[in-house]
Design a protein around this ligand. Structure first.
Ligand code: NAD
Length: 429
């Protein structure tokens, strides 16, 4: 997976470079991560034995500000993957005009194999190992796959212990009681919702006449499905890792969220007791969900879900990427030829990092905002990025993904040029 991610990341940069003239200095700078470290983390397990875990942290580019990015706990984590994810973060922060560069981190492990105490020792050990590489003005951590607010709390606490002072702004996505921001838990879904609400009317799509399928019913996907349902969209299919359900007349999303929370699985939802009577439904696989005849498809689960193997069977006209990297670059080409509009991850799911930015700002100022303030500022940030990106795509006839990279690249280039000496030399001094 990591190799194709890295190749895909470079491919997207190459695509954008066809449309935008930027200096060779900037291209050279953006080809390589600024700094990457690999650390060994010794952890005493509950049974008394010692296990060494492999951890990574990458600061890809910090021209526009301290690097920012999540920490992933997953068996597939490796340096290639972390570097590619840090590359994406660089472009996401630039597209949203957040004063950050791109970073990422991770530990190679299956977190389900560790007890909570082991997980805490590991998380604190990771911070001990990378403490000199991070900081509120250097590199800021956040949750990612299989890390959460509790782990962010341990990490912030460990960093503060090492610095002998409270440093809440070194980590975002913390519990609210120790400096987290209200609205962080719903930010990714709400950000995606704002983008959809701004973009779909450009194609004369009204909620009541628009069918939506959502792959992945987790933090982001389930919340977005509910926001869409509330706004009147017909959410006809949802799925999780165990499979999905489909009802052409629309699903009752709040009931599904309720039963999913109780049973931990979507398939249990519509086959039990009274819920079965509310709406007829069909049980479908995740592959079938992706290929449904719907207006809008929202991949909100994993990377590499739409590839050259299934892209030609996708029937949705609009795709909003809530997951990171759900479509490969080979699939992009097939979808483009079919006239499918793909609204890319670096725009659509940027609500999460945007409210992380708000958390960092609140930690540094000491003034905490209300939920209304957070959500209003989030809406403004999402629209400030979505509208110009759409205008580039429309006016220059390029895919929306390429337009997002062009938009981010221009901002990055300007920052690199402003700091550099190229103009000085080119002007003959
Ligand atoms: P999550 O773990 O809460 O949810 C993931 C969901 O996907 C779960 O319901 C899981 O059952 C389902 N799933 C797993 N494998 C699947 C498969 N093969 N087919 C269908 N469903 C499957 O994760 P999340 O926080 O909602 O994140 C989802 C995606 O969004 C990830 O790609 C993540 O990187 C991206 N993202 C999330 C945030 C955020 O703030 N939560 C921010 C930016 C990007």
């Amino acid at each position: 997976m990591s190799e194709s991610l890295l190749a895909d990341a470079s491919q997207r940069l190459e695509n954008a470079l066809k449309y935008v003239k930027i200096s060779e200095d900037a291209i050279e700078r953006l080809k390589y991560p600024k700094a990457s470290i690999s650390v060994s983390i010794p952890v005493r397990l509950d049974n008394g034995s010692l296990r060494i875990f492999q951890g990574y942290r990458v600061r890809y580019d910090d021209t526009r500000g301290p690097t920012k990015g999540g920490v992933r706990y997953h068996p597939n984590v490796c340096m290639d993957e972390v570097q590619s994810l840090a590359f994406w973060m660089t472009f996401k922060c630039a597209a949203l005009n957040l004063p950050f560069g791109g970073g990422k981190g991770g530990i190679t492990l299956n977190p389900k194999e560790l007890s909570r105490m082991e997980l805490e020792r590991l998380s604190r050990g990771y911070i001990d190992a990378i403490a000199d590489f991070i900081g509120p003005d250097v590199d800021i951590l956040a949750p990612d796959v299989y890390t959460n607010a509790m782990i962010m709390g341990w990490m912030m606490d460990q960093y503060s212990i090492l610095q002998r002072k409270l440093c809440p702004a070194v980590v975002t996505g913390k519990p609210i009681t120790i400096g987290g921001s209200v609205g962080r838990d719903t930010a990714t879904a709400l950000g995606a919702f704002f983008v959809m609400e701004a973009m779909l009317p450009k194609f004369d799509r009204r909620p009541q006449e628009t069918t939506v399928a959502v792959q992945g019913f987790g933090n982001a996907g389930a919340m977005l499905a509910e926001l869409l349902w509330q706004a009147g969209y017909k959410v006809v299919a949802v799925s999780d890792s165990k499979g999905g359900i489909y009802a052409p007349q629309g699903l009752d999303i709040p009931s599904i969220r309720h039963y999913k929370e109780a049973s931990r699985s979507i398939q249990a939802v519509y086959c039990k007791d009274t819920v079965c009577n509310i709406v007829e439904h069909t049980v479908i696989t995740n592959e079938e969900l992706l290929e449904l005849d719907v207006d809008v498809l929202v991949p909100a689960a994993l990377e590499n879900q739409i590839t050259s193997a299934n892209a030609d069977r996708i029937r949705a006209r609009y795709i909003f990427e809530v997951a990171n990297g759900p479509i490969t670059s080979a699939a992009d080409r097939v979808l483009e030829a079919k006239g499918v509009y793909v609204f890319p991850d670096i725009l659509v799911n940027a609500g999460g990092v945007t409210v992380s930015y708000f958390e960092w700002v609140q930690n540094r100022s000491g003034l905490y905002w209300t939920l209304d303030e957070v959500n209003q500022r989030l809406k403004q940030k999402m629209l400030d990025a979505a509208e110009p990106i759409w205008a580039i795509a429309r006016d220059q006839g390029m895919p929306v993904r390429t337009a997002a990279y062009v938009y981010a690249l221009e901002r990055l280039e300007e920052a690199i040029r402003t700091k550099g000496t190229r103009d000085y030399y080119l002007n003959g001094h």
